[in-house]
Design a binder for this molecule. Structure first.
Ligand SMILES: Cc1cc2nc3c(=O)[nH]c(=O)nc-3n(C[C@H](O)[C@H](O)[C@H](O)COP(=O)(O)O)c2cc1C
Length: 205
């Protein structure tokens, strides 16, 4: 088994990583696994230029034209069995580096066109190399009261688009300073249970 954790926080040892580590611990309590943690801010990942050559025109190249760390990461993602996406709430959405990462995941998807008799594209759908793999989300926010609806929606919708089955999420509040999440026993326990569920449960779309 291979578990990949994508961490969108620029803070190593921060709240997001603390919670993600607990999810990993829960997963490993159920099965031995190879674990790959990716700090997106420590990788060379340029922003998507929107050329769409990876996905369009059909069948697409399945490769991005940008030469950076993302090419290897796409290969790693494709070979993983389960995923954790962790992010702090930054300006009420996912962190900017994680949003760049998500957009650079586009080669994972391929457009399958429907054509008319003359070969004109009249519609179509997408297929994903991650289809039916399982994923969990981790969000850490500074506000004491839930304010991460947009963060959650962005991740949830992207899970659906990438064909990932969402097993569940941990949203931890009141974590303004590094070290705050480490004091939230209930959230840490929930994160551990989420990790276990990531292995044992089927997940949903
Ligand atoms: C640029 C920036 C924007 C933030 N915006 C929000 C916000 O809109 N809502 C919120 O609750 N917390 C916000 N926070 C606080 C972080 O979500 C919080 O400190 C989080 O626990 C950081 O996780 P980390 O330690 O993994 O980086 C923001 C923090 C930063 C640095």
């Amino acid at each position: 088994m291979k578990l990949m954790a994508i961490i969108g926080s620029p803070r190593r040892g921060g709240n997001t990583e603390t919670l993600v580590d607990k999810v990993i611990e829960g997963y490993l309590s159920k099965t031995p696994a190879e674990v790959e943690k990716i700090f997106v801010t420590e990788k060379k990942i340029g922003y998507c230029t929107g050329c769409l050559s990876c996905t369009f025109p059909p069948p697409g190249t399945k490769k991005c034209v940008i030469k950076d760390d993302m090419a290897d990461i796409i290969v790693q993602l494709s070979s993983a069995d389960a995923f954790i996406f962790g992010t702090p709430n930054h300006m009420r959405t996912v962190s900017a580096p994680l949003l760049i990462f998500l957009s650079r995941m586009l080669p994972i998807m391929q457009f399958l066109p429907d054509k008319d008799a003359e070969g004109r594209i009249i519609g179509g759908g997408f297929t994903s190399a991650l289809k039916d793999k399982k994923a969990a989300m981790v969000i850490s926010q500074g506000d004491p009261i839930f304010s991460s609806s947009l963060v959650h929606a962005v991740l949830e919708r992207n899970f659906i688009d990438f064909g990932l089955r969402r097993v569940g999420d941990v949203i931890s509040s009141g974590n303004m300073l590094p070290g705050d999440a480490a004091k939230k026993q209930a959230d840490l326990e929930k994160a551990f249970q989420l990790g276990a569920a990531l292995y044992t449960m089927a997940g949903m779309w």
